[in-house]
Design a protein around this ligand. Structure first.
Ligand code: MG
Ligand code: MG
Length: 274
């Protein structure tokens, strides 16, 4: 197993029991998930990355804690390697995220920016009927953030990150979403990406990409990433846990301490190579 496969494995333990591990196993066996390639491409096109994030949770349609933290880790890492990343945030996430990352812009402003790379992390991806759904099959009314991934598909390198199958980009592995995810036929996204990456949470998937990028760049790019503090800032602004439906120091009902431990494990693996 390569170090990249090990990093990918670590973030796909599926403690949330969503069925994502079955998809992970199949993708790994078929050599479809390629974290090393994602890191290579992210570095190659790191000049002007656009990172899109924000999944509004019904009934209040307030963005969840999964997505923005992974987006921040990616933005900070891509800045450290010399890029000028911008984060496009869902509207309820705009103000909270701007407090942490200045170059956070709205969906409306996204068209003014010409990206060299597009990463979508935990963004609702339209289903086959053109609507957006939560994992529970509830319809979500939201800005069509997935259009960014659709528009740039085939033009610049795009990476789609998700943890359930209803996210933009996971349309590329729709056959597996239909096979393994409950309500897959209803909720699965049809929006493709050049490359897909999955995780127990989308944040963890984002951290694994940063870890892979660290190996390529030769420096620990997760060092100093203060996940607990960023989460605290987001929940103070009302951002909710996507499973619990209320602000809480957790992501998809997984306590933040677990997530911090995963980051430490990723960083531990890095020490083998850096
Ligand atoms: Mg999700
Ligand atoms: Mg999630």
């Amino acid at each position: 197993m390569s170090i990249y496969d090990a990093l990918a494995h670590l973030v796909n333990v599926d403690v949330g029991d969503r069925g994502i591990r079955n998809i992970f196993y199949e993708l790994m066996l078929k050599r479809v998930l390629n974290l090393e390639k994602i890191a290579d491409k992210a570095l190659e096109f790191s000049e002007r990355p656009m990172i899109v994030t924000g999944f509004p949770i019904p009934p209040m349609l307030i963005a969840e804690t999964d997505g923005p933290l992974g987006a921040l880790a990616l933005a900070m890492a891509l800045e450290e390697v010399g890029g000028k990343p911008v984060i496009v945030a869902e509207k309820t996430l705009l103000k909270p995220l701007k407090k942490i990352w200045k170059r956070t812009i709205s969906y409306e402003k996204a068209s003014h920016y010409k990206p060299s790379l597009v990463i979508s992390i935990e963004v609702p991806g339209r289903a086959s009927d053109g609507k957006y759904y939560s994992m529970k099959g509830l319809e979500i009314r939201c800005d069509p953030l997935d259009e960014i991934l659709l528009n740039y598909y085939g033009k610049v390198y795009t990476i789609g990150i998700g943890d359930g199958g209803n996210e933009a980009g996971l349309g590329s592995i729709r056959n597996l979403i239909l096979k393994y995810i409950p309500l897959g036929d209803k909720i699965s996204s049809i929006v493709p990406a050049s490359e897909v990456f999955i995780g127990t949470t989308s944040n963890w998937a984002g951290y694994a990409i940063v870890a892979a990028l660290s190996i390529k760049y030769g420096r620990d790019l997760l060092k100093g990433f203060d996940e607990g503090n960023y989460l605290k800032m987001l929940i103070e602004e009302g951002i909710v846990d996507g499973v619990l439906g209320r602000p809480n120091a957790s992501v998809d009902a997984i306590p933040i301490e677990v997530s911090e431990t995963v980051i430490e494990l990723l960083r531990g693996l890095l020490r083998i190579k850096i």
